[in-house]
Design a protein around this ligand. Structure first.
Ligand code: 0RA
Length: 665
């Protein structure tokens, strides 16, 4: 394992490698960039941290915290404090050994300065040096320095406090000793460069989500997040302490908090082969969704990869063998397939790989082929033992698998019936759809509208060249709770599928959407601006999240925002979307408060076609909220909570988020 400390000693070798490459005449543009140092990061920041928007801004924090996590994984540190300061600077303090400040012989300057100002990882010359935790790009703290208008490094070590400050990555003075210290550790405080980032305000929830995840993935570390903006009174600072004693097992209970467990205890698997430690927690619940989360070096591998394949194979093979050996499948009249073994399964898979190869569109798919066999072997062994030792739980799990296979069989029949009917009914489009005339999906919009009456208004108000309307009757099916084949029975859901032009996923592979024939690139959910309306919007979103996730991932799903008030004085009319806006307008247009008429829109039905067009559908005036999945874990947690059995938390959440604010979290 190569932590920052080892990287420092590797540094000499890296320089020598660079020289070798230069003398071999392989001096390409890429290599020059590395040699140029931090200037390269400022020139092309997105290449190093992904983007210069919200994601990149938060990535800076992860990059710094990762170094402290590395120190903790080496057993030198157990506490990390992250503070958002008043001016949106970030301070990260750990109680590790402190970054060495002694003279780096080769460089003839302090090791601290080398760490802070020399670009290490991510390039060719970084072979063999990896970070166990590692941000997505693993670019190191020098990148953060390059992208900060100001950074201060404080080191507590050898009984002293050392300090060095930088401006845009350049040291302002040599490392100096400024006093004594009874503690050891490192504090990095930085202010992201406002000329590079389009957004400079930190989002507490985004940081909290990642810190919670890190605490679960690295048991025993206390991670404290504090927000010092806002309140003047320090007692009221927002603050969370993330700590997990049992790691992935705790993570699992958090994820499945709102699901009903099938067996009382989760299954924990851990082992190590060829310097690849593997840790897994899994548990079956009564839901019908498969919920797998995988990590490599603390990075969420959204696109899966070899570790996940190894896990799936071992799970299927081991469970199948156990069921066969115990003659539990004899009465079954049809084949069981891999998906059946994962219905209602929540699992977290965390591996540490010395030299991870990341592939895929978002570079979150593990490519190292050796990892597949390692995970497969460890899972097979542990799971086989578990099943032998826990026959009661084993029986419950196998019964669940049989139920899944049976339901899948029923679903296929239902789907075939639907498709046959569609072929018979001509165009195949739902009768309730008022389609648009344009046929270019990139220009076309489909409005999913709550209720026939609002649907009628929308049909009159729309621009029929590019806007299509599909009215939905009342509450659509709660896919979180319904058996999978019910999804194919639901009239409203069938209509959504057929209007969109995508084939309904097979139950064997419900996630393989065929978007080639997608007829609209904007799908707009339009419901009343009240609790019922937000519940309906959430039902529709849950359906998209579970059955058409790709639509959300591509940014095709939106929520319309009808106004809350119409304010009239004489002939002048103003719409407003919040109470504050209403008050401001009333103050503006009336000196005496007389002659002002305020209408509160309770539903879309209270607007006429022209008003609906003006406020909510006209691309020139409307505000559409794009639905995104920033954090798949949090999204899953929210949906399982909103749509699950527990009524209490749902009500609270919906009331607190009446504008659906957290659904696009
Ligand atoms: C290299 C060597 C040593 C500590 C660290 C790096 C270190 C780096 C960071 C970054 C954030 N927090 C950190 N804590 C420690 C120590 C080597 C030794 O003392 O022998």
């Amino acid at each position: 394992m190569h932590t920052l400390s080892e990287r420092l000693t590797n540094y000499k070798t890296m320089i020598e490698e660079e020289k070798k490459i230069i003398s071999n005449n392989e001096y390409t543009a890429d290599n020059i960039q590395v040699l140029e140092g931090l200037e390269a990061v400022r020139k092309r920041p997105a290449m190093y941290i992904g983007d210069v928007n919200t994601r990149g801004l938060h990535h800076l924090v992860y990059e710094v915290v990762d170094n402290s996590i590395d120190e903790a994984m080496g057993g030198h540190c157990d506490r990390i404090e992250i503070t958002i300061l008043k001016d949106n600077s970030i301070s990260v303090l750990d109680n590790g050994r402190g970054i060495p400040t002694s003279l780096h012989k080769k460089e003839n300057r302090s090791a601290l300065e080398v760490v802070m100002t020399v670009l290490h990882a991510g390039g060719k010359f970084d072979k063999g040096s990896y970070k166990v935790s590692g941000g997505l790009h693993g670019v190191g703290v020098s990148c953060v320095n390059a992208l900060s208008s100001h950074l201060k490094a404080q080191v507590y070590r050898e009984g002293k406090e050392f300090v060095q400050e930088y401006s845009f990555g350049n040291p302002l003075y040599e490392v100096k000793t400024i006093g004594e210290s009874a503690i050891t550790g490192t504090r990095i405080t930085f202010k992201p460069d406002g000329t590079i980032f389009s957004i400079t305000e930190y989002d507490y929830e985004i940081l909290a989500g990642r810190m919670r995840e890190l605490a679960y993935l690295n048991r025993g570390i206390t991670i404290i997040l504090t927000d010092e903006r806002g309140e003047i009174d320090p007692e009221k600072y927002r603050r969370d302490v993330f700590y997990s004693q049992n790691g992935l097992i705790d993570f699992l209970s958090y994820l499945d908090e709102n699901r009903e467990k099938l067996t009382p205890d989760p299954i924990a698997i851990s082992g190590e082969r060829n310097e690849v430690p593997v840790e897994i927690a899994l548990q079956y619940n009564t839901s019908f969704t498969e919920n797998l989360h995988s990590y490599v070096n603390n990075i969420n591998t959204h696109e899966g990869g070899t570790h996940l394949t190894g896990f799936r194979r071992a799970l299927t093979r081991t469970l199948k063998k156990y069921a066969d050996d115990n003659k539990m499948l004899e009465k079954l009249k049809f084949e069981i397939n891999g998906d059946d073994f994962r219905e209602g399964l929540t699992a977290i898979i965390s591996v540490k790989v010395p030299e991870p190869q990341f592939e895929g569109q978002t570079k979150t798919k593990l490519g190292n082929s050796e990892v597949m066999g390692i995970v497969d072997q460890i899972v097979s062994e542990h799971l086989a033992n578990y099943l032998e030792e826990n026959p009661k739980a084993a029986k419950i799990i196998v019964d669940k698998v049989i139920l899944a296979a049976t339901a899948r069989h029923a679903a296929r029949k239902a789907r075939e019936l639907v498709q046959r009917k569609n072929v018979l009914s001509g165009s195949g489009l739902p009768g309730k759809l008022a389609d648009c005339s344009d046929r270019n999906p990139e220009r076309c919009e489909l409005y999913l509208v709550e209720g026939d009456s609002a649907g009628g208004t929308a049909k009159q108000g729309r621009d029929r060249s590019f806007q299509a309307i599909l009215p939905l009757r009342g509450k659509i099916l709660n896919v979180e709770k319904a058996m999978p084949h019910k999804v194919f029975d639901s009239e409203e859901i069938k209509n959504i599928f057929t209007a969109l032009g995508v084939t309904m996923g097979t139950a064997e592979d419900s996630k393989a959407l065929n978007l080639e024939k997608l007829r609209y690139h904007k799908v707009v959910i339009m419901t009343d601006a009240d609790i019922d309306g937000s519940h309906i919007a959430t039902l529709i979103l849950t359906f998209f999240f579970r059955h058409m996730k790709e639509l959300i991932e591509r940014g095709y799903v939106y929520i319309a925002t009808p106004p809350l008030y119409l304010i009239k004085k004489g002939k002048a009319a103003h719409y407003c979307w919040s109470d504050e806006e209403r008050d401001a307008i009333v103050r503006n247009i009336s000196n005496d408060g007389t002659g002002v008429h305020i209408q509160r829109y309770k539903g879309l039905g209270e607007m006429n076609a022209e008003q609906l067009w003006d406020t909510t559908m006209d691309p020139k005036n409307r505000t559409l909220r794009q639905v995104t999945i920033e954090n798949g874990l949090e999204a899953d947690h929210v949906f399982s909570m909103l749509m699950g059995d527990e009524v209490g938390p749902r009500r609270e959440f919906i009331e607190a988020n009446a504008k659906y604010a957290n659904i696009d979290a």
